[in-house]
Design a protein around this ligand. Sequence first.
Ligand SMILES: Cc1cc2nc3c(=O)[nH]c(=O)nc-3n(C[C@H](O)[C@H](O)[C@H](O)COP(=O)(O)OP(=O)(O)OC[C@H]3O[C@@H](n4cnc5c(N)ncnc54)[C@H](O)[C@@H]3O)c2cc1C
Length: 392
Amino acid sequence: MNDKSYDVIMAGGGVMGCATAFYLLRSDPTLKVAIIEMDSTYEKNSTVLSDGNTRLQFNLKENIQISQYGLDKLTTFSEEMAVDGIKARIGFRQEGNLFLSDQDNIKNAQAGLAMQQSLGCNVEWLTPDEISDRFPLYNKESFAGGTFGPLDGTMDSHAVLMGFKNKAIDLGATFIEAEITEFTQSAGQITGVKLSSGEIIKAKYVLNSAGAWATRLAQTVGIELPIDPIMRQVFIVEIAAQPEEIYPLTVFPSGLYLIQEHENRFMISKSMDDDLIGFDFSTNRERFTEFLWEELVGYAPAFDRLKITGAWAGLYAVNTFDGNAILGEWPTLKGFILANGFSGHGFQQCHAVGRYLAELILGNPHKLDLSIFSPQRIFGNKPVFEGHGKLV
Ligand SMILES: Cc1cc2nc3c(=O)[nH]c(=O)nc-3n(C[C@H](O)[C@H](O)[C@H](O)COP(=O)(O)OP(=O)(O)OC[C@H]3O[C@@H](n4cnc5c(N)ncnc54)[C@H](O)[C@@H]3O)c2cc1C
């Protein structure tokens, strides 16, 4: 069905667009919902290029609750997204996340831990000795302790996206492969989108789910979002040592992190102040050898002998205002809904955000109130920060 008029258009078919389409149609199967995506191969899509990690370890209550909701949904995700009996197999590996702290960050880390525990999260504090006993690759002189969340873990982000996309289509969503060049509006109300072909598709609601491209699209209706596309590179390395332990995703005190893919193969990355702003996907392995390697060896000496076997680059949609999601209707344009600015932690938020935005559009009560992330806070200059820790 493509009669050029919908109740809701998702402008961008990444995990946010597809999750919201799913939750809308699950609530009301009579809705006419279109997902418009410029590249159905998802070559540059951030969801697909992400690390696919989810964690309970945030400082802000609402971010923790979002992850709790997501973790709960993941237990039944593969069955819930099944289409014609074919399940969405997402390969969720709950190896835990370990956030290491130096002396400067201990207070902040323990405040986060207290908040997580007060909400019932299974997260504990480990001393340097406990950490190096369990994870002998790490140099216990290089940190003052850390928080470990055994339920955190990584999964196949492409499979999660496909799960939501296929199920939304199964429930009645129309998937259109086309580039949106602008949003259309009339008298303070969004009216639809214009495609690069010149075609106009109407809708009462348009969700800006264009990820790192969201700012560019919002400008077409005169809205300036505080969001930059920033390149994040991930390097894949194989070390000479053959660890026997299974390592959690580990964030070192500097913000450098690693994820064990299997055995001696790890993914390494870090946000750096001079990361490129723009739509650049080229990789540069010298960034690892010049800037990250020595730092990594300081935390994990066995990484002194390694080979780089691969690298990729994707885009963060960095919210330069406060680093958190911007969710809900733009105050001066009715029907224009944002799912933007997720920075480095949006993938894991798709379940709660998709549900919240569907409830918002349908005028239903909220299971989880995420109004703290409303775009209204930008107008009121009331940023919502995560605490002093690194928001990766
Ligand atoms: C290297 C890296 C690692 C990350 N690791 C994690 C992690 O471990 N955990 C986590 O929670 N988050 C992580 N993230 C962040 C996460 O990937 C994002 O926050 C999340 O995937 C955003 O989803 P989205 O749907 O908003 O954007 P996207 O997945 O990018 O989807 C947006 C879609 O909109 C489409 N689009 C854009 N403009 C147009 C247009 N004009 N017309 C039509 N379609 C358009 C794009 O093609 C794209 O497919 C990581 C990101 C990167 C880059």
